[in-house]
Design a protein around this ligand. Structure first.
Ligand code: NAD
Ligand code: IPM
Ligand code: MN
Length: 365
């Protein structure tokens, strides 16, 4: 019997709703695979601010660091939007990513055949899309200094941030991406703004140099404006995409819509050592929070990534993915992925249907 300690960070908005579903799915799959968990639920984001005065309490970070993997719902909400910068829920999340040193954020966008009609793109464009955005997560403009809001000599306010990447930060994320491309279809597209930004010029130079070590990977480069257009023009041209923190944030939300909904996209954030952080790419969805409308698939699929990349439990990960497909095959949909002829259910009921699918399915090879 294997046993793992998992830190659960439900967070704000729909976070607790989707985490509750994912936790039940982990438990059910665990009991079939002989896996035991010791869950510790900790505070992050607005919930942490309300309870402790800070968005990332020391205890949350230390428990997370000591665990085998961390599963996060989402953070943020109107209530805290006017908090001082260092007390914002988003700052807590960034501090967590930095604290865990999870620099590589894997965001797969896969179009399930059952959901092609939920995509806003034409069937022939969306069908068969299977790409992976490798987003740098602990550097770039999110963390660069100097930054701030100041007042100039004329008394006018100005805000500023710094996009900055060192050679070693670029190299380590590029290596992760080359290796992922090798295991996928052998294609890597590096997305930058090297026609304008110095940080991107260095990015392109380092990625190009590293390509020599991965002769089996077909490397291309694309400017981010073109990439955002190509993503909805002909998304099947992409296999693996590697990009900086902010471009990866934006492109992955865009890619999610090809699959039908942002409620479908999971992610894994990994470092060189220590626990990985697993979270859906969506936010706390304050517009639907507390209404049992949230799509829990992104978080459930993040739990599968936790089993695969965080714990090395490939069979258990497959069981979750098989159950997701089975639930889709049986026609159950939350509102964001609903289309005519399918069965509209809430977050809770979808969770129960996923559990039934876990029970009824033989493990995939
Ligand atoms: P959002 O992702 O929360 O919501 C965007 C839209 O997508 C909304 O209409 C929402 O209802 C819908 N949506 C998102 N997830 C869904 C799901 N699982 N099922 C069904 N519909 C879903 O983005 P936003 O509105 O820009 O941000 C809201 C808050 O979340 C902000 O405070 C923001 O900072 C925060 N945020 C947090 C994270 C995170 O925790 N990782 C990510 C993005 C945004
Ligand atoms: C995400 C979110 C976060 C980000 C915010 C909430 C800090 O948009 O996880 O994609 O920009 O990384
Ligand atoms: Mn985002």
């Amino acid at each position: 019997n294997r046993s793992y300690s998992i830190t659960l960070l439900p967070g704000d908005g729909i976070g607790p709703e989707v985490i509750s579903v994912a936790k039940d799915v982990l438990l059910r799959v665990g009991s079939l695979e002989g896996i035991k968990y010791e869950f510790r639920e900790m505070l992050l984001g607005g919930a942490a601010f309300d309870a402790t005065g800070v968005p990332l309490p020391d205890e949350t970070l230390s428990v997370a660091k000591q665990s085998d993997a961390v599963l996060l719902g989402a953070i943020g909400g109107y209530k805290w939007d006017n908090n001082e910068k260092h007390l914002k829920p988003e700052t807590g999340l960034l501090q967590l990513r930095e604290g865990l040193q999870v620099f590589a954020n894997l965001r797969p966008a896969t179009v399930f055949p059952q959901l092609v009609d939920a995509s806003t793109l034409k069937r022939e464009v969306a069908e068969g899309v299977d790409l992976m955005v490798v987003r740098e997560l602990t550097g770039g403009i999110y963390f660069g200094k100097p930054r701030g809001i100041d007042t100039n000599e004329n008394g006018e306010e100005f805000g500023y941030n710094t996009e900055i990447y060192s050679a070693h930060e670029i190299d380590r994320i590029a290596r992760v991406a080359f290796k992922i491309a090798q295991k996928r279809r052998g294609k890597l597209c590096s997305v930058d703004k090297a026609n304008v930004l110095e940080a991107s010029m260095l990015w392109r130079k380092r990625v190009l140099a590293l390509a020599q070590e991965y002769p089996d990977v077909e490397l291309s480069h694309m400017y981010v404006d073109n990439a955002s257009m190509q993503l909805i023009r002909y998304p099947k041209q992409f296999d693996t995409i590697v990009t900086n923190n902010i471009f990866g944030d934006i492109l992955s939300d865009e890619a999610s819509m090809i699959t039908g909904s942002i409620g479908m996209l999971p992610s894994a954030s990994l470092g060189d050592s220590g626990p990985g952080l697993f979270e859906p790419i969506h936010g706390s969805a304050p517009d639907i929070a507390g209404q049992d409308k949230a799509n829990p698939f992104a978080t459930v699929l993040s739990a599968a990534m936790l089993l695969r990349y965080g714990l090395g439990e490939e069979k258990a990960a497959k069981r979750i993915e098989t159950a997701v497909v089975d639930t889709l095959n049986r026609g159950f949909r939350t509102a964001d992925i609903y289309s005519a002829g399918t069965k509209l259910v809430g977050c809770k009921q979808l969770g129960e249907e996923i559990l039934k699918s876990v029970e009824s399915n033989v493990p995939a090879g």
